[in-house]
Design a protein around this ligand. Structure first.
Ligand SMILES: Cc1ncc(COP(=O)(O)O)c(C=O)c1O
Length: 342
């Protein structure tokens, strides 16, 4: 990007990168490029979904407290709709919880492919089947899945999929993708010059919406995040994601066993298929633990009472050794007990 900035024609080069990112992401999820919109973040992508739907006949949006708050807040902010919570207790949500709550009033079902805190992987295809049987649409948040496991929009049978590049797609924060199975219908709430049929016509007095997914786009994207997205997606495109999935599942099993043997409390899904690509270690002061580990070169992600250990294609057995040893050292130094026991 810095090289392109130093040359004439940076904007064209950047537009090429956007096209390339759109193409690579479409390939990653088995979609057509015309079904993909490039947006600044997943919350805006969800907003574009909800605002282009009508709630008169089916007002209910089915969502779970286990989903990423930004997505849930987007649903809560929609005028004319009503959020119904799947498993409101906040305990680990399951596919069965969703199936039990889909009714003839359901208009949209929001499903995280993998929950951001506890890494519960839901059976999106089964939920989508039940939703479609009552005429509801399905929106998948694949932020914790895209780039680290196979994802195919036809196998998932979803109507929308949102995700961003800042995690397993190996890019930067600042860019998200929205997949729409059938672009068209009512226009979204947000728009901008890139949402026009011909953005380069630059006609301030004409508000037209193309029939493809670019209709959901707004204004100039974050260039650095776009360049990083094409780099990350190119790396991911060279991987066999079935093998990556197999590898991360093995890494999680090894880490979970080691940590349990050290007395740590880990949240593991009931069976290996229902586990995402990270492991949640229960720790009420996860931020303090993450900061201590971070100073020793072990990068983790604390969230809501858990320390998340994320696996990818490049995670090695040595990495698991390092994090397990570092957690054991932290327990000694901080005189804390696993699972929040004092
Ligand atoms: C499941 C999930 N969805 C969405 C996001 C990010 O949403 P946004 O791009 O709106 O910040 C995250 C980030 O951690 C996430 O884990």
């Amino acid at each position: 990007m810095l090289d392109d900035l130093a040359r004439p024609g940076f904007w064209q080069a950047c537009e090429e990168q956007v096209l390339q990112a759109r193409r690579l992401f479409a390939q990653l999820v088995g979609a057509d490029v015309d079904q993909i919109a490039v947006l600044p973040n997943a919350s805006i992508a969800a907003h574009q979904v909800a605002s282009s739907r009508r709630w008169r006949r089916r007002r209910d949006i089915l969502a779970t407290p286990a989903e990423f708050p930004g997505i849930a807040h987007t649903w809560l902010a929609q005028p004319g709709s009503r959020v119904r919570w799947v498993n409101p207790s906040g305990a680990a949500v399951s596919t069965g919880d969703y199936l039990a709550q889909i009714t003839s009033r359901t208009g949209l079902v929001s499903v995280p492919a993998v929950t951001y805190r506890d890494a519960v992987r839901l059976d999106v295809a089964r939920i989508a089947d039940a939703a479609h049987n009552v005429g509801a649409a399905v929106c998948v948040d694949a932020y914790q899945a895209a780039g680290v496991m196979p994802l195919d929009v036809d196998s998932l049978a979803c109507d929308y999929l949102v995700t961003g590049t800042g995690k397993y797609m190996l890019g930067l924060p600042g860019l998200a993708f929205l997949y729409v199975r059938h672009p068209g219908g009512p226009p979204p709430a947000l728009t901008g010059w890139l949402g026009r049929t011909d953005p380069h016509a630059l006609r301030a007095t004409v508000l037209d919406f193309p029939p493809h997914a670019r209709r959901y786009e707004t204004g100039t994207p974050a260039a650095a995040a776009v360049y990083a997205a094409t780099a990350g997606l190119s790396l991911i495109g060279g991987l066999d994601l079935r093998q990556v999935r197999h590898h991360t599942q093995r890494m999680i099993a090894v880490a979970a066993q080691r940590l349990a043997a050290q007395g740590e409390v880990v949240r593991l899904a009931g069976h290996v298929e229902a586990q995402g690509a990270h492991l949640a270690v229960v720790e009420p002061h996860a931020e303090a633990m993450a900061a201590w580990l971070g100073h020793r070169g072990v990068i983790t992600a604390p969230r809501g009472g858990v320390l998340r250990l994320a696996m990818h294609a490049y995670t090695l057995d040595d990495d698991i050794d390092a994090v397990c040893e570092a957690i054991a050292a932290y327990r000694c130094r901080s005189r804390t007990q696993p699972g929040g026991l004092r």
